[in-house]
Write a protein that binds this ligand. Structure first.
Ligand code: ADP
Ligand code: MG
Length: 693
């Protein structure tokens, strides 16, 4: 396979555009892509025609506006290119209008009440900053999805808006350093974790099929304790899958770079090379879809859930994030000259301020029923948001804050904009895996994301909160009489105000929980604790100021997410009840009956024998009764959900009452699994699922 020829072969990228578009059209499109200038219809017509011809040559027959509704997955509705002509024939057509705008019926997508059914029409609008591509015979056009009145109904629109806000504010800050760049974009490289399970085994488990996670399952004799899976040799069946996966991703221009086994058995990771946040978000959505599809071809099922198995690590997504100029400068790269360092420190300080002021937004941007199983469970970062900067960088910041010399020998106080920052080795960047938000040399790694979620929301937050800090800095410094002294004072003051967010220690320790509370950091343990903060006044103001979300949009999003949380849990409860009543209980009764029969026949044979059987029947019978009781209790609790008429109270009830009742049912069933004969157990166990590949 020649990777360089297949790479991007299914993408209408810049090379293709340059080859196929008239010069003027290409220039005008590029201007739109780079500077966001409006696209006129002649340009759109020409682009559409070139796209269509290219797509048809590649075997495509349809086109679709590809969008990202609030379901968290992508949506597409395919139209063929055919257009009838006299003589019962067709020609293949695709107009600029069809490229720019679509009108899918939006009524079946979650809108949080934004769109009354009478105006169910939604609009999709082409996002020219993300390339069109071909998937399964359809030309896919990345689009934003809005309501009739222009409110965002998707995860892309606010992301683009947040990138705009960040661009504007960063350029103001760079101007202060004498740099007149055209564009600043945030960049992201998301590391994607996932599990692969044999399809035949998967199909035997209703919990995996309906909930993407196991609701039952005792720990297998072997788990991840030998630590022999992480980076271990990859099994041939998985290698074959990964090879196919790479090929499919490469065809779509996705820079799949790294693949390896993860910590848990059957767990793996794919990391792409970073790109702009917008493209990276689109590509991560595609990646998740393609991993699932390719897995099926290999009779495997990909599980993207954050916590498919109790007792083994769950899956996350590390969101590596930085800021980059159109001139190729990484704004989080420490510099070599005093001026560069001053700029770096100002931007770093802006991020520190942003994360501290908006801990709540970062926390809630990764909140979901699935991710609640991970955060704070000693395998993923804790639910408390803090920042890791590493010892050296922290020491530099401390010296700035206190005005005391950084290097005791030199006895010199660092003066920003004058001194070069003491070089700090790149590899000091941490292997502290417990921090939610770690500086890793020239980027931040936000590690709290769940594996199945769109990366859009966390990046909307990162972009917007950083834009806000940059804006405040620019406001202050643009009016300064003496730039350097104002800069020094601003950095010093801001760091002192926000240093409480910096923590380089062990995030899993109980001491940190206590220390964080003393520092006044938030500890929002669950989705129902975190999400309500979205609508806090300061957050509504923030998003309104940068035109990322209107208050109405925020309220709608809040509703959607709270409802989703409740729905996910409701499906889990229904699946659990079905599995207990129709699978586990009958299996256990069967087993008990056979043991009891055996006891009886043994007794007939040798008098008072069959001690083992009798004890076993007793235990099984007691546990079965307990299972029935706990199941009844769960049924009673779930009935009470109806008493709550708003999503917030309902979600809080699920967290406080339904989840504990589910845990009770599971605990008894898992105990039974360890004593009931294996051929009686109604579905594959953890040992089967995790080790039979
Ligand atoms: P590690 O494996 O130590 O976490 P890597 O250097 O392999 O670090 O990077 C991990 C991810 O971070 C990759 O997806 C990479 O492309 C991404 N990354 C690197 N530099 C940047 C950057 N400037 N902006 C965003 N992501 C980045
Ligand atoms: Mg990493």
């Amino acid at each position: 396979m020649d990777v360089s020829t297949i790479f991007g072969s299914m993408v209408f990228n810049e090379t293709v555009m340059q080859e196929r578009l008239p010069k003027e059209i290409f220039k005008s499109l590029k201007k739109t892509m780079e500077e966001g200038s409006a696209l006129d219809l002649t340009v759109a017509n020409s682009v559409a025609n070139a796209m269509k011809n290219w797509a048809i040559e590649k075997g495509a027959t349809h086109f679709t506006h590809w969008f990202q509704p609030m379901t968290g997955i992508t949506a597409e509705k395919h139209d063929s290119f055919i257009s009838p002509i006299p003589g019962g024939k067709v020609i293949m057509e695709f107009s600029g209008k069809e490229l720019i705008k679509g009108e899918p019926d939006g009524s079946s997508f979650p809108s949080g009440g934004l769109r009354a059914t009478c105006e169910a029409r939604g609009y999709t609008a082409w996002d020219p900053t993300s390339y069109a591509f071909i998937k399964e015979g359809s030309l896919c056009i990345p689009t934003a999805f809005c309501s009739y009145s222009g409110e965002a109904l998707d995860k892309k629109t606010p992301l683009l808006r947040s990138m705009d806000a960040l661009d504007k504010q960063c350029r103001r800050v760079l101007k202060l350093f004498g740099k007149d760049v055209k564009k600043v974009t945030s960049t992201v490289g998301p590391e994607q974790e996932y599990f692969l399970i044999d399809k035949k085994l998967y199909n035997k488990r209703k919990d995996l099929m309906f909930c993407n996670r196991t609701l039952f399952g005792a720990r297998p004799p072997k788990g991840q304790e030998l630590e022999d899976h992480y980076f271990g040799a990859i099994k041939p069946r998985i290698i074959a899958f990964m090879k196919d996966l790479d090929e499919e991703l490469w065809k779509l221009g996705i820079l799949s770079k790294t693949k390896h086994n993860e910590v848990a058995p059957a767990q793996h990771e794919m990391a792409p090379i970073f790109t702009t946040t917008n493209l990276s978000t689109d590509q991560n959505q595609l990646t998740m879809e393609i991993i699932k599809k390719v897995a099926l071809k290999h009779d495997l099922v990909c599980i993207l859930h954050e916590k498919p198995f109790n007792g083994v690590n769950g899956s996350g997504k590390h969101n590596n994030w930085s800021l980059s100029t159109n001139t190729g400068e990484n704004l989080l790269e420490p510099g070599n000259t005093p001026e560069e360092n001053a700029q770096f420190l100002l931007i770093l300080t802006a991020v520190i301020k942003a994360v501290d002021e908006y801990q709540d937004l970062l926390r809630l941007s990764v909140a979901s029923a699935g991710n609640d199983h991970r955060l704070g469970a000693n395998e993923a970062p804790p639910a408390i948001i803090s920042m890791f900067l590493g010892d050296e960088l922290t020491a530099i910041l401390e010296s700035i804050m206190s005005g005391k010399p950084y290097d005791k020998k030199a006895k010199e106080v660092i003066k920003l904009g004058v001194d070069t920052m003491p070089a700090f080795p790149k590899d000091n960047t941490d292997r502290n895996r417990t921090s939610p938000f770690a500086f890793t040399g020239n980027k931040f790694e936000f590690r709290s994301l769940g594996s199945s979620m769109s990366i859009s929301c966390p990046n909307i937050m990162l972009n917007t909160i950083t834009a806000d800090a940059m804006c405040q800095f620019a406001d202050e410094l643009e009016n300064a009489d003496d730039f350097n002294s104002a800069l020094n004072a601003l950095i010093k003051k801001t760091l002192n105000e926000h240093k409480k967010i910096i923590f380089n220690g062990d995030g899993y320790s109980q001491e940190w929980v206590e220390e964080a509370a003393r520092r006044g950091l938030l500890n929002l343990k669950t989705t129902s604790d975190a999400l309500p903060h979205f609508l806090d006044e300061k957050n509504v103001k923030l998003f309104a100021k940068y035109k990322v979300h209107s208050k109405t949009e925020m309220e709608a999003r809040y509703e959607i997410q709270m409802e989703e949380y409740c729905k996910v849990l409701n499906i889990e409860v229904m699946t659990m009840l079905e599995m207990v009543k129709r699978e586990i209980t009958p299996a256990v009764i069967n087993f008990a009956k056979d043991v009891a029969d055996s006891a009886l026949s043994m007794k007939n044979l040798i008098g008072n024998a069959a001690k083992t059987q009798i004890e076993l029947v007793k235990t099984v019978s007691e546990l079965t009764d307990e299972l029935t009781d706990k199941t009844k209790a769960l049924e009673a609790v779930i009935l009470k959900v109806k008493e709550y008429d708003n999503a917030t109270d309902c979600a809080k009830f699920y967290t406080a009452s339904v989840i504990p009742a589910m845990n009770d049912v599971r605990a008894v069933a898992d105990k039974l699994e360890t004593i009931v004969g294996s051929e009686y157990w109604p579905f594959p166990t953890y040992a089967d699922l995790l080790f039979r590949i």
